[in-house]
Design a protein around this ligand. Structure first.
Ligand code: NAP
Length: 277
């Protein structure tokens, strides 16, 4: 059976190697391929994948929101987020999911950290932040305080999520966000600050004012560790990077398509090989 990922550009996607390693390890008769799709070709590409009876596919930039009108059903999480990263073809019905939500939360749980009852300070309010906020609310975070450089651009997040939990948007250089960050139990970076090649950057965290036992979660997966993770670890904080989230979102998609648990160890091994090269 066929699986794949659509996006543009797609040549550097890490998913084919991770997914094909899991397929081989499980001994399944599937193949996963990268398929470049230009924005104007999205409707015909989705129709083609349906006609070709693909069992499912991942969706990446720039199609994560644009694909929604072409699907038959959307999971509740993907609806609130406004983005789909995984499609399952159930006998001709295309169902959209967002496995970044499970990826983010499951990776955190694997470090024995849960958001239930916790105060969270989150940097950034882009596409990934939406999945992260959805996961944090589902996990029971008591409050989510989002710091951004430009609060007016983040109002859409407030509209989507305020009906579902306690969330506020702040200018991250203001005193109010500093106070919110001081009481945070979990501090998450969803900006690209620190991502390769800008590895010297990090969001504006004031380490002298955060809780001693605050947990730092940077969803960037290259490099690992990021500057934020290194600086937090040097001060004795527990940290987590984005590779575990990336593997987990892929494993959740794999299970939706195949009904089989993916070997996440082999997926992580292949991911590390790719990131090191
Ligand atoms: P995005 O939609 O472009 O959003 C980025 C957010 O960061 C926006 O709020 C943006 O603010 C802010 N930002 C960007 N550059 C900034 C800068 N120089 N200074 C201050 N703020 C800045 O990106 P995304 O899709 O959410 O991805 C964000 C990061 O998450 C990337 O590093 C990506 O690799 C990572 N990610 C990891 C996983 C995983 O599985 N581990 C999954 C998805 C994404 P403005 O609106 O003001 O530009």
């Amino acid at each position: 059976m066929n699986l794949g990922v659509i996006g543009h550009p797609i040549a550097h996607s890490l998913s084919p190697v991770m997914q094909n390693a899991a397929i081989e390890r499980a001994g399944l008769d599937y193949a996963y391929i990268a398929m470049p799709v230009e924005p104007e070709d999205l409707p015909s590409a989705v129709a083609g994948l349906r006609a070709l009876n693909f069992r499912g596919f991942n969706v990446t930039i720039p199609h994560k929101s644009a694909i929604i009108p072409f699907l038959d059903e959307i999971s509740d999480g993907a609806k609130i987020i406004g983005a789909v990263n995984t499609v399952v073809n159930d006998g001709g019905r295309l169902i959209g999911h967002n496995t970044d939500v499970d990826g983010f939360i499951d990776a955190m749980h694997a470090k024995n950290v849960a958001a239930a009852g916790k105060s969270v300070a989150l940097y950034g309010a882009g596409g990934a932040a939406r999945a992260v906020i959805c996961g944090l609310m589902r996990d029971g975070a008591s409050e989510i305080n989002v710091g951004v450089r430009n609060p007016s651009k983040a109002q859409g997040i407030l509209e989507s999520f305020a009906p579902h939990g306690a969330i506020k948007i702040f200018d991250w250089s203001g005193a109010d966000f500093e106070v919110a960050a001081m009481r945070a139990d979990i501090i998450v970076n969803t900006t690209p600050l620190g991502m390769h090649p800008n590895i010297g950057e990090m969001p504006p965290v004031d380490f002298s004012r955060v809780k001693d036992d605050a947990f730092f979660y940077d969803i960037i997966y290259t490099p690992s560790p990021t500057r934020l993770m290194r600086e937090a670890r040097e001060r004795g904080h527990e940290v987590l990077g984005g590779a575990a989230m990336l593997v987990r979102q892929g494993a959740v998609a794999f299970k939706l398509w195949t009904g089989t648990d993916a070997d996440e160890g082999i997926m992580m091994e292949k991911l590390k090989e790719m990131l090191d090269n």
